[in-house]
Design a protein around this ligand. Structure first.
Ligand code: SF4
Length: 214
């Protein structure tokens, strides 16, 4: 079986058994961007609580968050953990949008892919996973998001070596799958589901997992 066939087989098995995941869970591109920063090193339930805090007081917009002192922002996002650090990272992202795009979110989202990714990676606190999540889920660009689950599942199924890094894994997907943001979206979401429910760090539940036998 070629690499492309293996990646396709994994996708088909997950999709057939688990169905569409309707990711990313966010009502607007801005909410997706905030969620992408807040989800670093925590689970989605905690992110939802932080986002609900911001929504509850009408602060989930570029204008409102930009006007909020970072210390106060940290209090609202406390449920997401590392709240002082994440408030600083959100502040850095908002500052970039306000300075480089004059606060025009659409102009920010409409940038050509390569300079867009470079700009995101140049923002302090925005790493490849967060940058690519914003590109794929907020800006609908065809770029594959790699996370811990992706690495664990692919290495356990011997599609990649244990020491593969972010870029190698990303290239593997993008070199062997159609360049399709919807496919990348669904594939990543399905990997997150399998990784969080079945393919846990210790004691993977292979007997119940959709990928058993692959
Ligand atoms: S739980 Fe088992 S079958 Fe499922 S992805 Fe992990 S290693 Fe594969």
């Amino acid at each position: 079986m070629t690499t492309a066939e293996r990646l396709q087989a994994i996708y088909t098995r997950m999709y057939d058994q688990l169905g569409p995941q309707h990711w990313w869970p966010g009502e607007t591109p801005f909410e997706v961007m905030v969620g992408a920063v807040l989800t670093q090193n925590t689970n989605w339930k905690n992110v939802e609580r932080a986002i609900d805090n911001l929504k509850g007081v009408g602060l989930l917009s570029l204008e409102a968050l930009s006007a909020l002192p970072t210390g106060l922002l940290a209090e609202y996002i406390r449920p997401a953990g590392y709240y002082n650090i994440k408030a600083g990272r959100l502040h850095n992202l908002l500052t970039y949008i306000n300075e480089a795009h004059h606060g025009d979110l659409q102009s920010f989202l409409d940038q050509p892919l390569e300079p867009f990714r470079e700009a995101l990676l140049s923002i302090k606190g925005i790493g490849p996973e967060t940058a690519d999540s914003i590109l794929l889920y907020a800006a609908n660009r065809p770029i594959f998001v790699v996370d811990t689950y992706t690495h664990r599942i692919l290495s356990r199924h011997q599609v990649i070596d244990e020491d593969f890094g972010y870029q190698e894994i990303q290239e593997l997907f993008m070199d062997h799958l159609d360049c399709d943001s919807q496919l990348y979206n669904e594939y990543h979401a399905l990997l997150v589901r399998v990784g969080s429910v079945y393919c846990k760090k210790t004691s993977p539940d292979c007997a119940a997992c959709p990928l058993r036998g692959i």
